[in-house]
Ligand binder design. Structure first.
Ligand code: SAJ
Length: 414
């Protein structure tokens, strides 16, 4: 019989995953609380921007293998890909996972597999299993019945890079942590239907920590680069040249400084480790603090340059959280631009090739407008490079000649 997969959460991870399963001819039902997202998908469209996703979803919906709904239905396997943000004080907020457990429990059946993909603090898969068990005392679960359980539960983190999701979903290795050996085996068999990388089995807690470790590793390394950039600025050294030289060493590989760390993963996930082990996670916490402080350092540079001029016109080049994508969520570039507007330092010219109107965060200010890179550079007295979009390649020469440039990405140093 055809296998049915239900994916809870049709966002940046859930939707591509649902569409890929559908492309492998599984019957996929996507569940989301957002009626607009559900209607868009059922119409063959997408509500998020990710290369190749539109084609994949359209093909899956047209072929009848993917549909979306707001109401959970029975299925053979359930995948959970809902957000796990943090609350005040950087405490993880599991309310979306808890809400899914409540919505899913009534349709759960003997023989079902439940996989959590959301980035989660260590112990969340056990918590999910406890919520499901409490809601369904008529079924047995792996935490009490091991391999003999009616329901299988596993943790399998997504690790795909925004902008390359469709390719990485298929090619990356997957870490699979079941609550029992059978749970891992079943989850692994399911992923092997489309994953070309290896499916590596461990337990749920290690798999949870693995995901957090990957993003913390990157965060700590970016913090190192950001700290170096501040040190080098003080010492009159070009940090990008320095990093290029140091990286010639066979065992050194430093990442790139920037205006801060954005997105909804790297700036969030390390806190999940810190909140569980605050005494022990010292380096991880400091790295977060270093990266979170970087936008303020950039702002100070802009303020100092503006105070030096009579009528400063400040061009902010790039608003997204990293190059070549349209994603403005948790973007240090957007935050810096917003603060520059709020400080009233002068006229602000925002440049972002991926958007066609001023983002909501800037729309309330009367000293800012969205313009082309060309216009910004012809009018600005201060040019701030916040995102090194490939689309800015043509602006490189004019920037080189510009009298006052604050280059947070080392675009001019390449
Ligand atoms: N950044 C720097 N310097 C660098 C690299 C990045 O300042 O050398 C900044 C970027 O500009 C951006 C932020 O860090 O503001 C994060 O960007 P990113 O490209 O490092 O990562 P994300 O958030 O797009 O995706 C990460 C990936 N994790 C790792 O590479 C370990 C991805 O594989 C994960 O799946 C994703 O987080 C996630 O969903 O957790």
């Amino acid at each position: 019989m055809e296998k049915t997969i239900s994916v809870f959460g049709l966002g940046y991870i859930g939707l591509p995953t649902a569409a890929i399963f559908a492309s492998r001819r599984f019957k996929v039902v996507g569940v989301d609380v957002d009626q607009h997202a559900v209607d868009t998908i059922n119409g063959g469209g997408v509500h998020i921007v990710e290369p190749d996703l539109d084609m994949l979803v359209q093909a899956a919906v047209t072929a009848g293998y993917l549909r979306a709904t707001t109401t959970p239905e029975p299925a053979d396997a359930f995948l959970i890909a809902v957000p796990t943000p943090f609350k005040n004080g950087h405490e993880p907020d599991l309310k979306y996972i808890e809400a899914v457990s409540k919505a899913l429990a009534p349709v759960l059946q003997r023989g079902n597999l439940v996989i959590l993909e959301s980035t989660s603090p260590v112990g969340t898969t056990e918590q999910l299993a406890a919520w499901l068990a409490a809601a369904r005392p008529d079924l047995t679960f792996p935490q009490t019945h091991g391999d003999a359980s009616d329901v299988r539960i596993a943790y399998c983190p997504e690790r795909v890079l925004p902008g390359q999701v469709v390719r990485e979903l298929v090619q990356n290795d997957r870490v699979i942590g079941g609550l029992s050996a059978k749970c891992s085996d079943e989850a692994s068999a399911l992923y092997k239907s489309f994953v070309e990388g290896e499916c590596i089995i461990t337990n749920a807690r290690t798999a949870e920590m693995c995901k957090l470790t990957e993003n913390s590793f990157r965060d700590v390394n970016i913090a190192f680069a950001n700290e170096l950039s501040i040190i080098c600025d003080k010492l009159g050294i070009d940090v990008w040249e320095l990093i290029r030289l140091a990286n010639r060493h066979p065992r050194v590989n430093i990442l790139q400084p920037g205006p801060g760390v954005g997105g909804h993963c790297i700036a969030v996930d390390p806190w999940f480790i810190v909140s569980k082990t605050p005494e022990e996670a010292r380096l991880i916490r400091i790295a977060r603090e270093v990266n979170d402080a970087k936008p303020h350092w950039v702002l100070e540079k802009i303020r100092a340059a503006a105070l030096d001029q009579r009528n400063p016109v400040i061009a902010c080049l790039g608003l997204s959280f990293k190059p070549n994508i349209d994603d403005l969520r948790e973007s240090p570039a957007l935050e810096i631009t917003r603060e520059v507007c709020a400080m009233g330092l002068g006229e602000v010219l925002a440049v972002e090739p991926f958007v066609d109107e001023l983002p909501a965060a800037l729309a309330g200010f009367d000293n800012v407008s969205l313009v082309s890179a060309e216009e910004a550079l012809s009018r600005a007295t201060i040019a701030v490079i916040l995102v090194d979009h490939a689309a800015f390649a043509e602006a490189r020469m004019p920037l080189m000649k510009h009298p006052t440039v604050i280059d947070t990405r080392g675009m001019l140093s390449r």
